[in-house]
Design a protein around this ligand. Structure first.
Ligand SMILES: Cc1ncc(COP(=O)(O)O)c(C=O)c1O
Length: 450
């Protein structure tokens, strides 16, 4: 019998996170204070983050121990399986070998609990009572709701309005784990009220929901803020994915020529690719591809410069690829990829040509998702389907060129709470959005000069 799944035992869960900052040829420029435009220090972040996470954010240590309490909860779904996509390969008639790491086995359905659990753990240890956070498609909010429940923290989630309406089951999932969920823009923060005054039908964006959550945390002493992507420590927590995948590929007797991940803020891409980039930086020959939506093309069409992480300008300036912090992306179904910026680490690596990027419209992405579901069985999250599209295209290129490459992609989540998106696709209601060049030009023109 051929081997389809490569599984590891609980004992093989990585016990350390990998910090790529120990190996990068160029580190990202430091975050700057929004008022002084000077590099921020730990004290500036203390009102909204626990010191342990601030230390991880700036650490240059290559390996950071994962606390025992976190490992214990990781055993609920980790190690996640690695699959060889035999059936998809056959359907494509490709000589390429396709592998995927499946993060949809977590209780929340995506890779996000890999970081929500340690974030809740460090906040609890610091004596915090409540976490305020944002969510796009609901995956992150659900993951933080779960983590809050497991550590006895209250959780308030600002959910981007368009997703709140499109994905009611995510809200129910968060509420089942005890979280309070507001559609963003909401009436409970100054930032939300300000945007609702201008446009009561504002569909929201991740950048705007971040403004609301940061304001909530900054104005309540017992409350901290938590981010599901972008930041260095978040990317680092996700490296359990790539470390496991490396071990599993070794068991399969393979090593990837190409590693692929969809890219919203950059955390699942970081998770699957950073442990392999460690090898690339040390001379190994492999490609890493970040895949983003054509309607929110941060890496492929954005500018590499300082910008705010949120719409209202409450966060520090981050050095990153950005489309402009008040850019409102069209309401595509991959809500988790509708972010104007990108992780400073991923941005720097892209700038230094250690990773590549490409963008797809949502119709070809859903075609790939349906082909994957029809061969491998799993219905993927619309975000993850961006990675599938790229993996299929690379496999088809191998067929054209008669090359047998090994392709690894991260299946960052399942799509069983995104079925409305599939219904819209089947009913012919999905559309490709024009690349919003004018709106991006306007947003970029308003960027702060630093
Ligand atoms: C399933 C899934 N994949 C990917 C993403 C994108 O985020 P990131 O780029 O941080 O991995 C999200 C975000 O919500 C998601 O839910």
């Amino acid at each position: 019998m051929r081997q389809t799944k490569i599984v590891l035992s609980d004992k093989e869960i990585p016990t350390k996170w990998y910090n790529i900052m120990a190996d990068m040829p160029n580190l990202p420029k430091p975050p700057l204070h929004p008022a002084t435009k000077q590099p921020i220090g730990p004290q500036d972040l203390l009102p909204i983050f626990p010191m342990a996470l601030i230390e991880q954010e700036v650490s240059r240590e290559r390996w950071i121990d994962i606390p025992e309490e976190v490992l214990d909860i990781y055993t609920l779904w980790r190690p996640s399986p690695l699959y060889r996509a035999h059936r998809l390969e056959k359907a494509l008639g490709t000589p390429a070998k396709i592998y995927y790491k499946y993060e949809g086995v977590s209780p929340a359905g995506s890779h996000k609990p890999n970081t929500s659990i340690p974030q809740a753990y460090y906040n609890k240890k610091a004596g915090i009572k409540r976490i305020a956070t944002e969510t796009g498609a609901g995956q992150w909010g659900a993951s933080m709701a779960l983590a809050g429940k497991l550590f006895g923290l209250d959780v308030t989630v600002y959910m981007v309005k368009v997703s709140y309406d499109q994905k009611p089951y995510r809200r129910i999932q968060m509420e089942t784990w005890g979280a309070t969920v507001y559609a963003s823009p909401s009436k409970v923060t100054n930032a939300g009220r300000k945007f609702l005054e201008v446009d009561p039908h504002n569909p929201g964006s991740l950048g705007l929901a971040i403004s609301e959550a940061v304001e909530d945390a900054a104005t309540h002493n017992d409350t901290n803020y938590s981010l599901g992507s972008v930041l260095n420590h978040v990317c680092m927590h996700q490296t359990v994915i790539g470390q496991e995948a490396k071990k599993q590929m070794e068991i399969a007797g393979d090593y990837p020529d190409i590693v692929i991940g969809c890219c919203g803020g950059g955390s699942n891409l970081a998770g699957i690719s950073f442990p392999f980039l460690h090898d690339k930086i040390n001379g190994k020959n492999l490609r890493v591809i970040a895949v983003e939506p054509a309607s929110c093309p941060t890496l492929t069409k954005g500018e590499f410069r300082y910008d705010f992480g949120d719409v209202a300008g409450l966060t520090p300036y981050l050095s990153m690829y950005t489309l402009g912090h008040d850019f409102m992306p069209p309401g595509i179904h991959a809500g988790g990829l509708r972010y104007h910026g990108d992780s400073p680490l991923v941005s720097q690596l892209y700038h230094d040509k250690l990773i590549e990027a490409r963008a797809y419209n949502q119709m070809p992405v859903f075609e790939a998702a349906v082909q994957f579901a029809g061969t491998e069985g799993i219905i993927p999250a619309p975000e993850s389907a961006h990675a599938i599209r790229a993996a299929i295209d690379e496999a088809l290129l191998c067929k054209q060129e008669g090359k047998q490459k090994t392709i690894l992609f991260n299946l960052s989540g399942h799509g069983y709470l995104d079925l409305q998106a599939y219904a819209d696709y089947h009913d012919g209601k999905l559309q490709d959005y024009e690349y919003p060049a004018e709106k991006i030009r306007e947003a970029l023109a308003k960027l702060p000069k630093i």
